[in-house]
Write a protein that binds this ligand. Structure first.
Ligand code: G3P
Length: 216
């Protein structure tokens, strides 16, 4: 499973990249706004800065919702760097735009996916990635991981090449369960990735080894 970091924060991206396990980055308008990125020029520059930090795909989301504007925006985003993947919302014009991007050699990530039907449509349109929001599904008392399992089965049976990008990850257990369920990629906040390191027996064991090492 590939690891993406889900943030527009450059120091978080750098920290994840420095670990040596980072395969890409996803962003969304909320994450960009959180970093205070405003205005088209600054937005494009911020994506270029992210691309300079990570050797992997970087999802950059379109802000419009009609086909023509999404295509224009996506073309500008894709021109920033070959690693840019245009993130497109799961709406009717979004599917049309994904198909257009696919036909024109621009890779896409279909976002805001909450059902198998939506994911099938995105895969049919040729999306490189489909992003089921597992945390938000859990928030509404449905089972986000169950959707990943369902998609992994459908995509395998149907031979879809679209990769399942588990998004809206809220904790390290989500990462483990998404891996178990067959997600191709997990996109996570840095804190959830670092949470995978934690185990009290590791800390206790290391303290003991360091203590015993003094006797060597
Ligand atoms: O990649 C989508 C993700 O950023 C949404 O996460 O925590 O806002 O549901 P969250």
């Amino acid at each position: 499973m590939k690891f993406f970091v889900d943030t527009a924060n450059l120091s978080h991206i750098k920290e994840a990249a420095d670990l040596g396990i980072l395969d890409g980055v996803t962003t969304n308008p909320s994450l960009m706004a959180k970093e205070g990125i405003k205005g088209n020029e600054n937005i494009l520059k911020h994506y270029a800065d992210i691309c300079a930090l990570v050797d992997g795909d970087v999802s950059a989301e379109v802000l419009s919702t009609d086909f023509e504007s999404m295509v224009a925006e996506g073309k500008a985003l894709a021109a920033i760097h070959p690693n840019i993947v245009v993130k497109v919302p799961m709406i009717k014009d979004g599917i049309k735009a994904i198909k257009w991007f696919t036909d024109n050699g621009i890779r896409t990530n279909c976002t805001l996916v909450f059902s198998a039907g939506q994911a099938i449509l995105a895969a049919k349109a040729g999306a490189a990635y489909v992003s089921p929001f597992i945390g938000r599904i859990d928030d509404s008392s449905w089972d986000g991981i169950q959707l990943i399992e369902q998609l992994a089965h459908i995509f395998m049976v149907q031979g879809f090449e679209t990769e399942i990008l588990a998004a809206s990850i809220r904790n390290p257990l989500h990462i483990v369960r998404a891996a178990e369920a067959g997600a191709h990629i997990c996109t996570c906040p840095l804190g959830s990735i670092l949470g995978l390191l934690k185990h009290p027996l590791t800390d206790i064991g290391l303290a003991q080894f360091l203590e015993d090492a003094k006797k060597m």
